[in-house]
Design a protein around this ligand. Sequence first.
Ligand code: HAM
Length: 419
Amino acid sequence: MLTKAPRGTFDVLPEKTPLWRYIEETARNICALYGYKEIRTPVFEHTELFERGVGDTTDVVQKEMYTFTDKGDRSITLRPEGTAGAIRAYIENNIYALPKPAKLYYLTSCYRYEKPQAGRLREFHQFGAECVGTQSAVTDAELILLARRVLLSLGINEFKLKINSIGCPDCRKKYNDALKDYLKEYESELCETCKTRLLKNPMRILDCKSSICQGFVKNAPKLPEFLCAECSEHFAELKHILDSQNIPYEVDTGIVRGLDYYTKSVFEFITELNGVSGTVCGGGRYDGLVEELGGEPTPAIGFAMGIERIILAMEKANSIPNFESETDLFLVSAGEVTDFLTTLTENLREIGIRAERDLLQRSVKAQMKYADKIDANYTIVIGDSEIETGMGKIKNMKTGETIEIKLTPDAVSDIIRKG
Ligand code: HAM
């Protein structure tokens, strides 16, 4: 137990952190291109925020939250997603008093008590973006373009973009009534959770994971038939912009998303993950959430993608780059040369050279082996004669070439920087 990470969690070890940083930097750079600014919110929030925001009839709230009572007797929940916290921060910090729209992005850990499998974890990481304060379908399209650009920049070229509109609360009320009428007949056979959903929020039955409930909803009424004129127009405009930018997409009326705050446009990017198709990115408009959480009525839209799923998709696409060595130089000590080595290493670090030196008093051979293992670009062996003459040999570990140089920080860094 003690030396085993909890189920559904994992460590990102040093050999994998360059890939994580690469994905995070790609996301950050693309957010900068679109004018999105980073927001960081607490890992835990008051449970009520998610019950109200995500919705208390959703699987996330009903089955998957990590909730506990703290020592002050408050109900606290580890965030299962990033949107509710970002919007809570938006309201609390009065961001709505700043110029609109607020364009926010985050790279954050999330927690859901799910059955772990490839691409489904209990602690996972999201890159998400939220645009708060605009109605227009141009924003919906822009966010889809942003998400798409991130996937493409990471070499994930094979994906499907699926879009749908789930309408405004009025459309949904009509739809929920129709769904309730239709499903009433099967009420006694629905799973226990869906029995409650039939009363409180029938639409949630559409994304129940039970195959029995899925069987009943197959021929149920479809949401697009219930869209009002305004919602239809909004959706038509989104499709028009995507067409104008030659962005392939598929309208999939089955996409309702698993969280309650969505209104109008919803979308998912589907790609192959470990041999099965899965959602790498999901999002949509949530025009009622700011008000629901106590702010002014403010339209908004966003998406989030799972970093672990991005990595699976990159593996499939063979697009994980070879990362460069993180060590410029390894200084090998041959004998009692500690002070000279300490000074030279520190002086090199001072001018930005990533320099390592022996810390285990190993033999020269063992140190060279180590330098090779950590993929150092250069090595210099320093012994008594190097200290006496102030001259040494720098070896390029990739080509095997050695050059005689003065052992000064400038001379050494010159060779390293020239490559
Ligand atoms: P979501 O669809 O629940 O939406 O999650 C977004 C993405 O997070 C998924 O597409 C998936 O890549 C990843 N993800 C979700 N659950 C897991 C898990 N258990 N393990 C690994 N990855 C997972 C949201 O969270 C919304 N907040 C997105 C959003 C932002 N909508 C508007 N703004």
